[in-house]
Write a protein that binds this ligand. Structure first.
Ligand code: AMP
Length: 219
């Protein structure tokens, strides 16, 4: 199974990817997480990507496709993969088809998560993550019990620099202009395309997501 999660920033793709992998196994590949790790490690990729990320712009396709190609070269061809935040442009989608074809695989499902813009802005502006364990909280929906402190490991909670209001607005604009066209692209692709409303409690989103993949209804 090779699944692509599409949808605007803040819609909850990462949360659903982690839940799915926890229950059915496989690999969660988030290009955002890989890029943030490269930035923290100060690699050449991280240094090139940082400026784009700070402004909420997309990192160039060639850098992203190299990152994916490298990553998939270490992935067993039987392993299920859930892509989160990738592809984000038509060129990336076409590049992914080529990379997968080389290992006799293809995208099997594309799931589009949907939520209105005011909800996304609220979610992104309230998001805080732990610098130690990576746990994610939301000041509006899932507040930490002690302010500024991770409820799981007591590490410090910070706001991602690209979750600041101006950058959030730009990320949503970039999604509409460069990534949303992928929905039409995948409607004429052999992969199955499903839509899931993300405006419901997180367990219900998970149930709808699993139903879209046809993999059973238990959470
Ligand atoms: P995310 O964590 O998926 O919201 O990604 C954070 C930032 O990383 C984005 O705003 C982009 O600057 C960059 N990024 C992540 N994935 C991609 C991608 N597939 N293509 C281009 N840029 C990306």
């Amino acid at each position: 199974m090779v699944v692509i999660l599409l949808g605007p920033p803040g819609v909850g793709k990462g949360t659903q990817a982690v839940r799915l992998i926890d229950s059915v196994g496989g690999e969660h590949i988030s290009t955002g997480d890989l890029l943030r790790e490269a930035c923290r490690d100060g690699t050449d990729l991280g240094l090139e990507a940082q400026g784009f990320m700070d402004k909420g712009e997309l990192v160039p396709d060639l850098l992203i496709l190299d990152l994916i190609r490298d990553h998939l070269s270490t992935t067993d061809s039987e392993t299920s993969i859930v892509f989160d935040g990738f592809p984000r442009t038509i060129a990336q989608a076409e590049g992914l088809d080529g990379v997968l074809l080389d290992v006799a695989r293809g995208v099997s499902e594309v799931v589009v998560f949907e939520a209105p813009e005011d909800e996304l802005i609220k979610r992104l502006s309230g998001r805080r993550s732990c610098t130690d364990c990576g746990a994610v909280f939301n000041l509006h929906f899932d507040p930490p019990t002690s302010e500024g402190e991770c409820g799981r490991c007591s590490g410090p909670l910070v706001q991602r620099s690209d979750d600041q209001p101006d950058t959030v607005k730009n990320r949503l604009r970039v999604y509409e202009s460069q990534t949303a066209p992928l929905i039409k692209h995948y409607s004429s692709h052999p992969a199955s395309l499903k839509h899931v409303s993300a405006v419901q409690p997180v367990n219900d989103v998970q149930l709808a997501f699993r139903a879209a993949l046809g993999i059973g209804l238990t959470v």
